[in-house]
Design a protein around this ligand. Structure first.
Ligand code: DQA
Length: 141
């Protein structure tokens, strides 16, 4: 099976950025963990700080044979109608992941436009959330 793992703005600095909130693992560490946890799965890892690049990625995935998407839209969760429309238009199962618990943080993080059109949301379980999301998409959770 093929799973795409998309990460939004500032997550390129994961591991260095506010480690007390987001932990010390980098996106590369997460990618290696996923590859070893799910050796038979083909992964497409993509990170961008640009909203439009993430929208473009969804339209590319919509035309591909990808089976599901793990998406951490980061700050765009709280602002982006364009990404919300990209998710609903792609017709793919999307599981939204937040490393931190967005509900225990500032009020402006409590609402997610993208979560409303996602199959499910994992929030506050640290970087393990990515692995749980892949297992859910593969039906092995
Ligand atoms: C985040 C939570 C968002 O509110 C924040 O803007 C991020 C990361 C998380 O993974 O906890 O950049 O999506």
């Amino acid at each position: 099976k093929k799973i795409a793992v998309l990460n939004g703005p500032n997550l390129n600095r994961l591991g260095k950025r506010e480690p007390e909130i987001y932990g010390s693992k980098t996106l590369d560490d997460i990618a290696s963990e996923l590859r070893s946890a799910f050796p038979d799965t083909e992964f497409d890892f993509f990170q961008s700080n640009h909203e439009g690049a993430l929208v473009d990625k969804f339209s590319e995935l919509a035309e591909s044979d990808t089976n599901g998407v793990v998406f951490n839209p980061a700050a765009y969760s709280h602002t982006s109608v364009a990404l919300r429309d990209a998710i609903s238009g792609a017709g793919l199962p999307v599981i939204e992941v937040h490393i931190s618990n967005i509900h225990s943080r500032e009020k402006f993080r409590h609402h997610s436009y993208t979560a409303e059109v996602s199959k499910g949301v994992i929030t506050g379980l640290g970087t393990d959330g990515y692995r749980f999301a892949v297992a859910a998409l593969l039906g092995t959770a």
